[in-house]
Design a protein. Sequence first.
Length: 560
Amino acid sequence: MQMIKQLVKQSWPLMLLATATGIISGFSGASLVKLISDGVTSQHASVVMAGQFFALCAVFLGTKLVSEFVLMSLTQEAVHKIRLDLSRKLIATPVKKLQQLGQPQLLAIMTNDIATLVQALQMLPPAFGNLVVITGCLAYMFWLSWQLALITTVSLAAGLVAYQLAERAPLRHMFGLREQMDVLYRNFRGLIEGSRELQLNMARGKQFVEQVIAPDSLAFKTLYLQTMRVYALISNLNNILFYLLIGLLVFVVPIWFKINAGLLTTFVLVLLFLMRPINDLLYAVPVIRQAGFSAAKIDQLDGALSAGSIDLNASAFKSPHKRSLVLKGIAHHYPAPTEDRQFMLGPVDLCMEEGEIIFIVGGNGSGKTTLAMLILGLYEPETGEISLNGQTVTEQNIVEYRQNFSAVFADFHLFEQLLEVDRDGMSERAMHYIQQLGMAHKVSITDGKFSTLNLSTGQRKRLALVSAYLEDRPIYLFDEWAADQDPVFKKIFYTELLPDLKRRGKTVLVITHDDAYFPCADRVVKLQDGHLHSITGKPQGVSNVGADTQTDHPHAASML
Ligand SMILES: Nc1ncnc2c1ncn2[C@@H]1O[C@H](COP(=O)(O)OP(=O)(O)OP(=O)(O)O)[C@@H](O)[C@H]1O
């Protein structure tokens, strides 16, 4: 895996330390076996031997621990780096691309695959230690008797080749297992997100569990058993191979050669000692294989995501003149091969100025949100261009361009943490806005976080508005913000918040269906089937707007 290779390259002194201590521990393990067999076979075990034995135990323990600790921190560092790297890349990847990759797949990789990789990486240090012990023991065996050691090595090698051949079939299933995991994640997402609907209609819930989840889960189980049964079988056959090898050495080989009984005992002792490290290694193989597929998925995602830096050129798009945001002939379509007619937005021409409030209106599916995504720079137009303060938006400056906006989407996400809480009394300002939006009895700011997010949708949307306000960006976009608000806050939003933003020179785009408040806009832009059909200027009589709603809110006159 690319990132792990890179880490090994960067941390080679530590790798060297881990390898050296691993090798020492392996040889001290093998020497322990030698000492034990010497002690067992010699008539007079000496005090020196006892001293050597305890000293070797200490060296074995110490070096094994150092080797495993170092490898453990290296592998965990690798995982930590992968997590951060993927997270950084995720926020730098175009939203469209993320939508194509799909939320369940992204979640499966960020959680399941990384966890599988962690599990395998945790096995690597002991696996490496075992490998060294096995090598040390084999070297000791060659030192004792090259003939017996050769028989042992050839038998072990034959076992290894047989293992690899037998492993081919389950290895093929392993790939299917990983793919099936994506299907399960998609189902679980439906189950969790649709839990209310499923509970209301138990027939549908039963159908979802029995006819969607059950067959997919069963397919996973069948494939898993097919795969792991073969692994269990070949691991146990390899175990038996060990006993067969011992039987060969004890009962068959002495028929051909004359072997010293002490030598044979030592060999058998070493072989019995080797059983555990070899078994552990075999047990680690399927986990490491699974991790191979997970690593491939992580690599695949890593390749699909954009390399991105979070450092921005703060001066980009700054201009001493009045702000202007211009859309010139921008168009966008969604590839939807299954639909009768593809939706096409545009070409759209629109010019927005500093201190201007523009309402974007239109029926469901007319393209309002799509247009908003284009304006925000979250979708890239297929044709036409966008310019801000006379500077054209390009692939190179689109990240800086986005930093001019603050948005509350219709399906907004409310972050618990506030940004830069300690800057310029941010916390106090946040509390001020919370109070003004009638939320002070419910929420406070603790340790730079909202004290609770367990609120109604409308209340959480008010907090999302507080976050947007604190960002203090030049251009604001609200997608159906007022839709979940009661009449009092609806009125405050249109008649006080928006004018306040306007006064502060912000450009404000509001996607809305509230025709009673259309007069609050400087311009109303109407979208119909992806086309801008009518643009109206500010109607007269703005001051009477929202007269249908009585405001008794105590702060209504002193908003923000
Ligand atoms: N991710 C997508 N993939 C394919 N088609 C999409 C996608 N998102 C939206 N569409 C299509 O684009 C059209 C415009 O959608 P959009 O969300 O922009 O409409 P809208 O005016 O915001 O609607 P609403 O008022 O219901 O929110 C719709 O016909 C929809 O089918």
